[in-house]
Each structure stands twice: as structure tokens, then as C-alpha cells.
Design a protein around this ligand. Structure first.
Ligand code: AMP
Length: 290
């Protein structure tokens, strides 16, 4: 497994593999690797014959009072883990200076999608999706993948990236991986490492809330008030939880739904703070056709 540190080296490496006729797969991550990330690597191996995992904690997607400094980092441990599971050809782990020439604060060109960024996490994290879309486009330019795999855990990110690929005519196939959960239901997240044991056991309310709401929708519940109350009450049953949002949105546009229309696909989504740690979760539901 090659460890590549600069954009120039990564581009040369990708060009060489493309010239050899390889299908290049990409799994972008911020490190702190866990079962969720590994499931995406497995998917990438099925889709491509040469898999690159990127490990880069992207400063431009963090707000000024967010957890950039305390975000879990451990490149050596991450690389050991990838070696153990096998099948990863390269790790692209650039330093900030090589990835953002002149520094992240010198970045002047951005990818934005204001319309779809204003819902869910975008409401509470202004600038977050601008940072995500821009870093992913830069990772695409560095790694030149044919196919890139992202988790449905960050469903707003996934939908926005699909839109970016479509609207900018990028010749890259996007594949979404299902959410991988701990036995308690808690979705794996690098940020779980920063939870106390008490917070971690209470954090299972996120999955309980979204899965209960999605199940109710699929069983025919039509009242958005009842569904939202169900999610809010479930979250608030955890004494350490501070709810940021609990919403049901359209799975294509991310607009909050006003009515559950038969045949529509919707997403029940929540964001919750435990102390300084912000967690998200979601579940997709198809509104039954009567
Ligand atoms: P991150 O390192 O948190 O930026 O995540 C990198 C990729 O892993 C993103 O595409 C995430 O959506 C995905 N991911 C994170 N957690 C999970 C999970 N529990 N299940 C599936 N995919 C995940």
C-alpha cells in the first residue's frame, strides 16, 4: 500500500494507473477509521480494481467554533487498519500546505449549492457544505477516480455530491454505502471517540428516533406532527442530549416535507449534541401507496 502525500505525486500515480487500464475507486475520509469507513472500502473493491482511500481532516468544512482541533487523528493506526483488511492500493494523506496551496485561508474559488445547503445540517453549519463540495472536487482532481464511494450516514452530503457530479458533468460514478451501526444502533462515527461512556450509551437515541419515524411512515402514519414529536421525545428521553433538529425532508430536494404524499421517498433526520460532540443520523422511508 503506497502512502502518497502530495497532489502532484497523487496525480502522477493516478495517471499511471489509468494508462495501465485500471478502474480507479476512491473512498474519501477524514480518518479516525471505523467499521463504517471499512464497509465503503469493501464496496469500492467491488466497483474498482484499484482503490485509494484519502485521509484528510479538511479545515474548510469546520466552522470557527467547531471541533477541527479535537477531531480524532491517527494516520499510523488508520494505515495499519487498512493494511490489515487489504485491497487498498494507496492512501492519499496530504498535508494542508500541499492540498491548499498557500493555506486554506487563501482558497478563493469554491463550489457552492446554496439551495440544497440551507436545510438540515446546513442551517446550523454555515459554510460547511461549501467546504465539503470544494474539498471533494479537489480530491477528485488529485485522485482522478472513475468511481467514488460515500456513506449514506451523511445523507445531505451524499445528495449534494450527486448534484455536483451531475451539474458539473464530472465523469465519475457515485456509489452510496448503507449506514453501519454498533450493536446498540449507534451509527459508527469518528466523533464517537470523543463521547464519555455515559454519553455513548445514551447516543443510541438517535438511531431509535429516526428508525422509529421511518417505520411509522412505512406503516402508513401521515401526521408530520406525530412523527416529529416521536423523534423529539425519543431524543429528549436522553438526559445528556441537546437536540439540534429532528425533521422529515424530501429525499431528492432535501426540502422539509409539508405532506406525506403516497409514493414519495423521504428522510427522517436528526442532529444532536452530547456536550461538544455533534452527532447525526437518518433513515429513509417510502410513503406507502394506498
Ligand atoms: P468522515 O471520515 O466522517 O468524513 O466519513 C467518510 C465517509 O464515511 C463519508 O462518506 C461518510 O458518510 C462515511 N461514513 C461515516 N460513518 C459511516 C457509517 N457509520 N456507515 C457508513 N458510512 C459512514
Amino acid at each position: 500500500m503506497e502512502i502518497i502525500k502530495t497532489v502532484t505525486e497523487m496525480q502522477a500515480y493516478a495517471d499511471q494507473k489509468r494508462a495501465e487500464g485500471r478502474i480507479l475507486g476512491l473512498v474519501p475520509t477524514m480518518g479516525g477509521l471505523h467499521e463504517g469507513h471499512l464497509s465503503l472500502v469493501k464496496l469500492a473493491k467491488e466497483e474498482a480494481d484499484h482503490v485509494t482511500v484519502t485521509i484528510f481532516v479538511n479545515p474548510t468544512q469546520f466552522g470557527p467554533n467547531e471541533d477541527y482541533e479535537t477531531y480524532p487523528r491517527g494516520l499510523e493506526r488508520d494505515c495499519r487498519l487498512l493494511e490489515t483488511i487489504g485491497g487498498v492500493s494507496a492512501v492519499f494523506a496530504p498535508d494542508e500546505a500541499s492540498f491548499y496551496p498557500g493555506g486554506a485561508d487563501q482558497q478563493r474559488v469554491w463550489v457552492v449549492c446554496p439551495e440544497m445547503s440551507k436545510y438540515l445540517c446546513g442551517k446550523d453549519r454555515p459554510g460547511h457544505f461549501r467546504g465539503v463540495l470544494t474539498v471533494v472536487l479537489k480530491l477528485f482532481a488529485a485522485c482522478k477516480p472513475h468511481v467514488s464511494v460515500f456513506g449514506l450516514k451523511d445523507i445531505q452530503q451524499y445528495i449534494l455530491l450527486k448534484r455536483m457530479i451531475h451539474d458539473l458533468s464530472l465523469n465519475i460514478r457515485i456509489v452510496g454505502g448503507s449506514i453501519v451501526r454498533e450493536p446498540s444502533g449507534l451509527a459508527f462515527s469518528s466523533r464517537n471517540e470523543n463521547l464519555s461512556s455515559n454519553e455513548r450509551s445514551q447516543a443510541q437515541v438517535l438511531s431509535k428516533a429516526v428508525i422509529a419515524a421511518a417505520d411509522m411512515i412505512e406503516l402508513g402514519e401521515k401526521s408530520l406532527e406525530r412523527l416529529t414529536a416521536l423523534m423529539m421525545n425519543t431524543i429528549q428521553s436522553a438526559s445528556l442530549a441537546k437536540l439540534q433538529y429532528a425533521e422529515i425532508v424530501d429525499a431528492n430536494t432535501l426540502h422539509p416535507v409539508e405532506k406525506l404524499i403516497p409514493g414519495a421517498r423521504v428522510i427522517a433526520a436528526v442532529a444532536v449534541y452530547f456536550g461538544d460532540v455533534r452527532l447525526i443520523d437518518n433513515a429513509i422511508a417510502d410513503v406507502p401507496v394506498e
